[in-house]
Ligand binder design. Structure first.
Ligand SMILES: [Zn+2]
Length: 301
């Protein structure tokens, strides 16, 4: 294929999120195709199928929630479990970046269903907004441990907003993620109980989002199939698995350590720095250590 054709294909298959409002103003929704995000998370973190699938759902949910924010406002979702998965973390910025990780220790009896892996635990949502000095935090119990139900339960319990959440991920026979996507649909203050029941009934018959993505549908086509009312599109933008870490940022964090600690790191060749969010490895060289030591000496004077 020519470079131009490759470029067109890449743009067509890129992950995107779209937000909309119903023409009658009673509902708003976000729809996302997140296959590339989920695949990158699985490969960068070397994840087995179930931890990868659950992280995928959390990354998908966080990206959808961030789409309702503005500028560089952020959403952090955390699921803290008690079974073989201890923690899943996803952080999304409205500009189209999401990153995350999963802490797990699989055992022979870890289970086979997606709901076996977290067990009892807590689901935490943090919103970092421009007009608030502190993050807005909501914590609920894990309702089912499949992330979709937990996120819907959070909206109902913590924000008192009736919300339908569909987070979908498909894996191939080798346990690798093929596709992922999602939908969050929320009632606005003008919607009554009957409106909400009607919409929920219609959503029950909607096709699997990963099936639509598998058919190479665009986000606009997927949205047209999923959304059971007339709507107006508010946003439509590209999203990627992206981490803002850099070697320089790590080095400036090391300046908070004492000079003796830096010297001992250098002596013991503790030169590897790993980003927990994206699993990127950075290596400190002798001149990096020397620079750190010099900077620390200068600040002591
Ligand atoms: Zn990183």
């Amino acid at each position: 294929m020519s470079d131009k054709k490759n470029k067109i294909k890449e743009i067509k298959l890129a992950d995107r999120v779209l937000t909309l409002i119903s023409k009658n103003g009673k509902f708003r929704a976000g729809v996302i195709k997140s296959s590339n995000i989920s695949k990158k998370a699985q490969s960068d973190h070397n994840l087995p199928p179930m931890p990868a699938a659950l992280l995928s759902r959390l990354l998908t949910g966080a990206s959808l929630m961030a789409a309702f924010l503005k500028g560089e406002e952020r959403i952090i979702l955390e699921a803290n479990g008690s079974q073989s998965i201890k923690k899943i973390f996803a952080e999304a910025i409205q500009v189209g970046e999401v990153r995350g990780f999963v802490d797990f220790e699989l055992k022979d009896d870890s289970g086979t269903n997606i709901t076996d892996f977290l067990g009892d635990g807590l689901f935490k949502v943090s919103k970092i907004l421009y007009d608030k000095a502190e993050p807005i935090i909501g914590i609920v119990k894990l309702k089912k441990g499949d992330i979709s139900t937990d996120l819907a339960y959070y909206f109902q319990k913590s924000e008192q907003i009736p919300t339908a959440v569909l987070l979908d991920v498909s894996l191939n026979n080798n346990g690798l993620i093929e596709h992922s996507g999602g939908l969050i649909l929320q009632a606005m203050p003008g919607a009554n109980d009957k409106d909400i029941v009607d919409i929920n009934d219609k959503l029950k018959n909607s096709p699997e989002i990963t099936e639509l993505i598998n058919n190479e549908m665009t986000i606009e086509e997927i949205t047209r199939i999923l959304i059971p009312f007339d709507y107006e599109i508010l946003k439509n933008y590209r999203v990627d698995f992206f981490c803002r870490c850099s070697k320089e940022k790590f080095i400036s964090k090391l300046l908070t350590l004492g000079i003796d600690e830096i010297k001992s790191m250098k002596k013991n060749n503790h030169n590897e720095l790993i980003c927990i969010y994206c699993n990127k490895h950075y290596y400190l060289e002798d001149r990096d250590f020397d620079r750190l030591i010099n900077d620390l000496k200068a600040s002591e004077n």
